[in-house]
Write a protein that binds this ligand. Structure first.
Ligand code: B12
Ligand code: SF4
Length: 450
């Protein structure tokens, strides 16, 4: 493989809304680093823009550049503007012209309903480098493989984890053998993600493990990541220190499915982070498991510098909690909030995801959950349900949705609440108002229930 060239492309997001919550193309950069370990020259273009747009806030998150585009025909009925998030397509084409033709192009994908951005990027790559194989992987490629084969324009679609598969595929395309074959089961043996190919690096994403021990009915983590495999605490801390020392990175977002499970591992990891010198801020935009947050865990999180804390409650309805996988009970959630408050976190620091628009969900369930979160002294964050193929809830989602969600991934878009019933949609503005006004009120110090 030595001497070959590979281009990595992070495609655009096409959506009604998108906000950059430490969104780095971690999977693509992991795959890129494995390819590079084989002596391949790797370059990278980020259609989302790695130039840190002017209105990004310090801390590694912020707005993407946004240009309004025409809605795809199936979403024509939605009374909102649709946009391309990221750089101008002309700029992308120019950047492709500036580099020598690669021997293969690797493209990643995230949300299933973002595939139009993938297709646009693949089309421009194909125009620039006719005959060069384009390989697509990532979440959309894994969850909607058949659709991706037909609709993305890529020559090859790789489903599942990509480290080993991409090496195998490139070897067969180029008729060569690999010097380094990654061991996906040993996460610490993999090279660091190729963040160094990014010109502007104000934050990095880190995973300390792959997979989750739970099987929630609405979640694709078990399909995407398989059974859990863990990294060593020392290796993760070394990686964080590496980015801090080499690139001055002060913001690190964890993208684990289950960062705090199992608790003994979390205690060891948090203890290690807390005792290391430095002033790195840690962010958990993906939900943490409330069940694992004891007073000690919360104290160590605070000491280590965790500033963005999100809990996955989803619903306060005990029946639905059990029916969807039983990852948390209301008591466990309340203990977690108490532990976090005891450690010094304020209401506004503790964001709690509340799932909205599940099949057969009544709006009252969500209103009650929002009130429950507010009364606990935390901040409710509405997460509209996106139906996902291969999850246990998929069959029910198909029955509940008025849209052909199995034929068209655009209908997985959470903005349209694809599985909500009409009454839910009617009450949804009220749910949003309650979450927003309650949230503002709860940010005053006296709002916490006695
Ligand atoms: C972290 C995360 C987020 C972060 C994003 C941070 C970021 N860095 O982008 C935050 C919290 C912001 C987020 C938000 C949301 N998320 Co999210 N998120 C995830 C999560 C937990 C991990 C993704 C990740 O980084 N994985 C780690 C990397 C290493 O894995 P990877 O990208 O898959 O890469 C591997 C392979 O895919 C492959 N690969 C990747 N690229 C390539 C390229 C090539 C060429 C090859 C060969 C292979 C390959 O190899 C890699 C290594 O093995 C996933 C669940 C999951 N387990 O994937 C959900 C997930 C993607 N999110 C999901 C959802 C629903 C959402 C929200 C809509 C939630 C909501 N209702 O509000 C929002 C929408 C965000 C928005 N509008 O901007 C769904 C997807 C739904 C869908 N229809 O596609 C998922 C699957 C979770 C779920 N519910 O099951 N999310
Ligand atoms: S929702 Fe969370 S706990 Fe449940 S399977 Fe997904 S990652 Fe695991």
């Amino acid at each position: 493989m030595r001497g070959r060239k590979v281009l990595l492309v992070n495609p655009w997001i096409h959506d009604f809304a998108a906000y950059d919550l430490w969104a780095r193309p971690l999977g693509l950069l992991i795959v890129g680093s494995v390819v590079r370990r084989n002596g391949v020259e790797v370059s990278f273009i980020d259609c989302l823009g790695d130039d840190l747009a002017s209105d990004r806030r310090p801390g590694g998150h912020g707005k993407f550049r946004r240009s309004t585009i025409e809605k795809p025909e199936p979403l024509g009925f939605v009374p909102r503007t649709y946009a391309r998030y990221g750089i101008d397509p002309g700029e992308f084409a120019r950047r492709l012209e500036e580099i020598p033709a690669p021997d293969a192009v690797l493209v990643t994908s995230m949300m299933t309903y973002w595939y139009p951005g993938v297709r646009e990027a693949v089309g421009i790559v194909k125009d620039a480098f006719p005959g060069v194989p384009v390989i697509l992987g990532g979440v959309y490629a894994t969850l909607c493989t058949d659709h991706a084969r037909l609709a993305s324009g890529a020559d090859y679609v790789v489903a599942g984890t990509g480290e080993a598969r991409v090496i195998e595929l490139l070897c067969s395309l180029w008729g060569c053998s690999a010097e380094y074959v990654p061991d996906e089961d040993d996460l610490d043996s993999l090279p660091y993600p190729a963040f160094d190919v990014m010109d502007n690096l104000d934050s990095v994403c880190v995973r300390t493990a792959r997979g989750c021990p739970y099987r929630c009915a609405y979640c694709a983590a078990p399909v995407l990541s398989g059974s859990p495999s863990y990294r060593k605490t020392r290796a993760v801390i070394e990686e964080i220190l590496h980015w801090e020392r080499s690139r001055g990175v002060k913001d690190v977002a964890f993208v684990d499915d289950a960062l705090l499970t199992p608790r003994p591992r979390a205690l060891e990891f948090l203890g290690g982070l807390a005792s290391k010198s430095g002033d790195v801020r840690f962010h958990c935009p993906n939900a943490l498991h409330a069940r694992e947050i004891s007073s000690e865990v919360a104290r160590l999180m605070r000491e280590a510098g965790f500033v963005t804390v999100r809990l996955g409650l989803e619903t306060a309805d005990a029946f639905r909690q059990r029916a969807t996988g039983g990852k948390v009970t209301n008591d466990e959630y309340l203990w977690a909030v108490d532990a976090l408050v005891g450690a010094g976190y304020e209401s506004r620091d503790i964001g709690v995801y509340v799932l909205c628009g599940l099949p057969d969900q009544e709006p009252e369930e969500v209103l009650d959950t929002v009130r429950f979160v507010l009364s606990s002294g935390a901040t409710p964050l509405l997460a509209e349900y996106s139906p996902i193929p291969h999850t246990p809830l998929w069959d029910e989602a198909q029955k509940a949705s008025p849209y052909p969600i199995s034929d068209e991934p655009l209908f997985h878009n959470n903005t349209i609440l694809p599985c909500a019933q009409r009454r839910f949609l009617e009450v949804f503005p009220e749910i949003k108002r309650l979450a927003l006004t309650g949230r503002r009120a709860s940010w005053t110090p006296c709002a916490r229930d006695p």
